[in-house]
Each structure stands twice: as C-alpha cells, then as structure tokens.
Design a protein around this ligand. Sequence first.
Ligand SMILES: [Zn+2]
Ligand SMILES: [Zn+2]
Length: 182
Amino acid sequence: MIDRDEIPDGIDPDDLIYGQNPDHKRPGWQEYFLQVMDTVATRANCDRGRAAAIIVKDKRIVATGYVGAPSGLPTCDEVGHLIKIAYDERGGQHKHCVRTTHAEANAIAQAAKHGTAIDGATIYIRMTPCLDCTKLLINAGIKHVVCRKRYHADHDSVKMLADAGVKLDVLSQEQETYDHMK
Ligand SMILES: [Zn+2]
Ligand SMILES: [Zn+2]
C-alpha cells in the first residue's frame, strides 16, 4: 500500500493509488508464450493446420515461425494446396500439402537467417512435432518442447525426443488429426 506521507511534493497521490490493479491477472510465462504462439499462427497461409512455433531462451522470444509457403512465393490461401499422396506401412493413403514448410522448421530457419543462437532453447508449438521437425529440433539444440496437444501420429517423434534427451511437455492428451483431406 502507498503511504501518503512518503509521496514527494508535486506528485498527485491519486495517480499512484489509481495505478494499483491488484486484480489484474497476468498470464504465467508458459501461457504468455502460448498466447503469442496463437497470434503468430494467424499469419499461417495453409488451412491444413495453421500452426506456429515460438523459440524461447532465458524467457526471451528469439525466433518465431508459422506454416507457410517459402518467402515471396504464392501461398495456399492464394493459389490452393500443392497436394501429394503418401502411403504408410499399412498401405494407408494420406494426402499432404507440400507447398508449405512447418512452423518449427521456419522458426529454425529464421534463427539461422538472423544468426540467432538457439542451442539449449525451448520451443512452444501447438502439437507434438512431425518426425522431420523432430530431427531438426534435436540438431538445432532445442532442449525442451512444450505442446498444447498431441498429434495423432506422434509415436516415433515422442520416442526420438526421449532418446535424444529432449524434455517434452504435452499440456493436454487431446489428439489432433489434420493430415487427411477435409
Ligand atoms: Zn496448403
Ligand atoms: Zn513438422
């Protein structure tokens, strides 16, 4: 509380008293970074998963990325998806949009482009990473992965992160399925 006797001359006591907002709820660091991630995700330009990634070191955001076409090239939102068919080991057929780079890879590329060290950093992402991004994250020195949800086909990624000694926190066991055509 403010002691009115200690307020210097020339300062209006009301300015100090009205500056107190004990009921204002600040988000914790984790929630703060996840909220920033949601804002970055609005820049994604393929509707097959508008995901984003935030790379954080010492509570400082050092790189961001979102799902998108390579810089300067037409986006899915502008010209439609670039769909390729892939088959899994059980013969299942999956359609993928290959025009875009994943958010995690784009965040690493942004750090590389600007010469930003991300060794030992934490990455905040919407769902557990795909296997390709997992390998990039390990090699980029990411030591902690925080995801909101699980991706439905994340078995190999989860195992590889564990084998590499990368800490993985998944905040909800809810699963996301998004690699099939709508
Ligand atoms: Zn697309
Ligand atoms: Zn990926």
